[in-house]
Design a protein around this ligand. Structure first.
Ligand code: GLV
Ligand code: MN
Ligand code: MN
Length: 417
């Protein structure tokens, strides 16, 4: 068999891919088979240590930058900008075992496959995992990759406070991942992220691969509603300034808004804290989050505007004050057409079914798209379930994604451009 034909026939090792995913999932395990590794916690550190140990076993040079992003570098035969892949290994509190982890471990599996086959590439291949992609503990989401591409100042990011009051920079130091690698030395020639879809489309259509061509805009805000606590039995309804009621009205409003707007508009109130949070006391304060997303920037702005108008009216009607703090704001992203087409061509050659797809979730790739040609590879999520320990992708689909990643990276790493 000629060398190119042998390379064409190369496939990743499905069992090894799953073995590493299983090992990582056992760090911060939760009921139902998922993991909890909120960013920069001790379990995140343990997960990082494990992945870094794998990078070293694979002969990769490990670089850690000042926001804790980790880059494993497999050298190329030439001094060219690298091709980068990767994702994140932090999770939400109710994380599954594939969200993010697949992209990182899939990248390591590509490297091991190339090592075992003795295949060198012209460009280096970098497998990265970025700090705090989820934003569940420290907002905004994709924080590490945002800082990496220059979209947020390092000092500002280090000063972010988590939902538990911790300062991000202190937690990074505490877990030993405040590195010193300069942010810019590893500017990639291209970035490709393998990820589970986290939505229902591929599973419903019985398809194996999604070539991700765009990604929704994201708007996160935290609302603080201040009313007046009072006795639940003695206070007439007309005299109440009830922060809990106002919070519920916001949740109801955004649901109605999505019905009216239709299209890709989605809205979520995922977190509500009440104070004093007691059965017989009218709530004095509600703190809640609103997550709005749309593939169309103009429509996303309309949704924000309509929510803003509603909040003004609500404050007047209920005699409460409402303060809003923006936690994250990212415009929709269109991925690089050349990289998307390359993923499609590789997928056809490997014989997997596919379609183009939009990402509803946020990803590090949307940040990397600011600095280099970027796209993503999706594999199906059974019933579209994610951010839930029940998140599942069939092993053969995980491996298919790994194989598309392998051959896409191989092509990009041997490109002259
Ligand atoms: C990140 O996972 C997000 O889309 O919320
Ligand atoms: Mn993810
Ligand atoms: Mn996620």
């Amino acid at each position: 068999m000629s060398a190119p034909a042998a390379t064409q026939a190369l496939r990743i090792d499905q069992a090894r891919l799953i073995e590493r995913l299983d090992q990582l999932a056992q760090i911060g395990p939760i009921d139902g088979g998922g993991s909890c590794r909120l960013a920069l916690t001790d379990d995140d550190r343990r997960g990082r240590d494990l992945v870094v140990s794998w990078m070293r076993e694979l002969g990769m040079a490990v670089h850690i930058d000042a926001i804790g992003n980790v880059f494993g570098v497999r050298a190329g035969t030439r001094e060219l900008p690298p091709v980068m892949t990767g994702s994140h290994i932090d999770t939400v509190r109710t994380g599954g075992r594939y969200d993010g982890n697949l992209g990182v471990i899939g990248g390591l599996e590509v490297v091991q496959t190339l090592n075992d086959a003795g295949i060198e590439t012209e460009r280096p291949i970098v497998v990265a995992f970025f700090t705090d992609e989820e934003g569940a503990r420290f907002a905004p989401d994709m924080l590490g990759s945002l800082v990496y591409v220059g979209g947020m100042a390092l000092d500002e990011a280090l000063d972010v406070r988590g939902i538990d009051g911790a300062r991000l920079g202190d937690e990074l130091e505490r877990i030993g991942y405040a590195g010193s690698a300069p942010m810019t030395t590893l500017k990639p020639a291209a970035f490709v992220e393998l990820h589970i879809e986290q939505g229902p489309v591929l599973d419903a259509e019985g398809l194996t691969i999604g070539a991700v061509e765009d990604l929704q805009g994201i708007s996160w805000q935290e609302l603080t509603i201040t009313g007046q606590s009072n006795h639940a039995g003695t206070t007439p309804m007309r005299l109440r300034h009830d922060a809990a009621y106002a919070a519920a009205a916001v949740a109801n409003f955004v649901r109605q808004l999505t019905r009216e707007m239709g299209g890709s508009q989605v809205a979520t109130v995922g977190k509500i804290d009440l104070h004093p949070n007691l059965i017989n006391v009218i709530a004095a304060r509600a703190r809640l989050t609103v997550d709005l997303r749309n593939t169309d920037e103009t429509l996303l702005q309309q949704a924000e505007q309509r929510l803003g108008d509603f909040l003004q009216q609500l404050a007047k009607d209920e005699g409460v004050t409402i303060e809003s703090r923006q936690l994250a704001r990212f415009e929709p992203v269109i991925f690089d057409a050349g990289v998307v087409q390359r993923i499609e061509a590789v997928t056809s050659r490997l014989g997997y079914s596919q379609r183009r797809i939009t990402s509803g979730a946020g990803h590090d790739a949307q940040m990397l798209a600011r600095i280099c040609p970027t796209a993503m590879i999706f594999v199906p999520s059974i019933k579209g379930i994610s951010h839930n320990p029940a998140e599942h992708t069939e092993p053969a689909d995980l491996a298919a994604g790994g194989n598309v990643l392998l051959h896409t990276l191989l092509e990009l790493a041997s490109q002259e451009t």
